[in-house]
Design a protein around this ligand. Structure first.
Ligand SMILES: Cc1cc2nc3c(=O)[nH]c(=O)nc-3n(C[C@H](O)[C@H](O)[C@H](O)COP(=O)(O)O)c2cc1C
Length: 207
């Protein structure tokens, strides 16, 4: 699908057709595209937990303020970000030329060392980009999706056995939308309101 069509076709879905299955092969194809997302220093902070089990989805719904799509979707993906992704710098740069490796590996370790705030920002930044990739990749392959932050992060982390070094970024539900249940696209701030040229007090684009 052309990106212009994809951008228009993606919607946040809250009502899914029940009994839709997404199999491992489809998930593998989807995530093979998601992991091409960009990340700081290519550290790829993202991790994903895919939940398809009905009882587990039901338990999760209770931690998501009862949001029904959590139970109806074919798969619920918890997108996470690793706080310690920088510790893998040696492995990530192992195949790079020595000059690149010798420059970046110490730089990465220095930048993130004992900087909890930056580690968290980066985990969430990379995770959010991967979540967006997941939603577009899904639509491109004929799936619908919905991002969600309405959940009890600590309880979800515990239910899905996250390591203390992994933070929940957002959930993304996947399935087939009941299109009749889709509301019209919500208001969008005009480009002229959100884009300024050169500095934030510069002229608005297209105004
Ligand atoms: C980070 C984030 C968290 C969201 N959390 C929820 C949520 O918990 N429940 C929900 O129904 N929609 C949630 N949404 C969906 C937004 O309401 C939706 O993206 C917005 O209204 C625009 O609609 P559209 O995506 O169909 O264009 C979330 C979206 C984002 C990006």
């Amino acid at each position: 699908m052309e990106f212009s069509d994809l951008a228009r076709a993606r919607r946040s879905v809250r009502v899914y057709a029940p009994d839709t299955r997404i199999d491992d092969a489809e998930l593998e194809a989807l995530f093979a595209e998601v992991v091409l997302s960009p990340s700081s220093f290519n550290l790829q902070h993202w991790q994903f937990v895919v939940v398809r089990d009905a009882a587990r989805k039901q338990a999760l719904r209770g931690l998501c303020y009862g949001q029904a799509q959590v139970e109806q979707c074919a798969a619920l993906v918890l997108v996470c970000g690793r706080l310690d992704a920088h510790e893998d710098a040696d492995r990530i740069y192992a195949a790079e030329p020595a000059a690149t490796r010798d420059k970046y590996v110490p730089m990465i370790k220095g930048v993130y060392h004992e900087r909890a705030g930056l580690q968290r920002e980066e985990a969430i930044r990379s995770g959010a980009l991967a979540a967006m990739s997941l939603m577009y990749a899904a639509r491109n392959r004929g799936w619908d999706s919905g991002p969600m932050i309405g959940f009890d992060a600590a309880k979800v982390a515990s239910l899905l056995a996250l390591a203390p070094t992994s933070v929940p970024v957002m959930m993304v539900t996947l399935g087939r939308a009941v299109t009749e249940a889709l509301l019209p696209r919500g208001y969008r701030r005009p480009v002229s309101e959100v884009v300024r040229l050169e500095t934030m007090d510069g002229p608005a684009l297209g105004a």
